[in-house]
Write a protein that binds this ligand. Sequence first.
Ligand SMILES: Cc1cc2nc3c(=O)[nH]c(=O)nc-3n(C[C@H](O)[C@H](O)[C@H](O)COP(=O)(O)OP(=O)(O)OC[C@H]3O[C@@H](n4cnc5c(N)ncnc54)[C@H](O)[C@@H]3O)c2cc1C
Length: 84
Amino acid sequence: MQEKADSTIISISQMPRRKLARTTDGLEMTERGLLAVDENYMTTRPGVFGAGDVVTGAKTVVHAVDGAKKASEAMIRYMEQTET
Ligand SMILES: Cc1cc2nc3c(=O)[nH]c(=O)nc-3n(C[C@H](O)[C@H](O)[C@H](O)COP(=O)(O)OP(=O)(O)OC[C@H]3O[C@@H](n4cnc5c(N)ncnc54)[C@H](O)[C@@H]3O)c2cc1C
């Protein structure tokens, strides 16, 4: 099927944004412009965690939910360890 049009606007964007790191002390980005986290999903700012596209780059909802679940578990472990 063909549609007639005067113009076409492509409005899909999937590039990382650095605003979060620029405006938050202690947050570092990777060379790919993604939020840097360790194996426990903790960012370079202690006690701050990250997951999803901002960490992995453009993926899917399933990947984002999986990362969020693992990051949540890591957050609980971190809070239990740092409890006084
Ligand atoms: C056009 C398009 C189509 C897609 N189609 C599919 C699909 O069919 N199936 C699929 O599985 N995946 C699809 N994806 C991918 C999917 O949308 C992402 O993988 C998923 O949404 C990532 O979830 P997230 O929570 O990491 O990020 P997001 O869903 O992007 O959530 C991040 C949230 O943080 C907010 N935010 C950003 N900066 C700040 C700030 N400084 N302060 C406070 N809030 C902030 C944003 O407004 C946003 O609400 C598609 C993506 C695009 C772009």
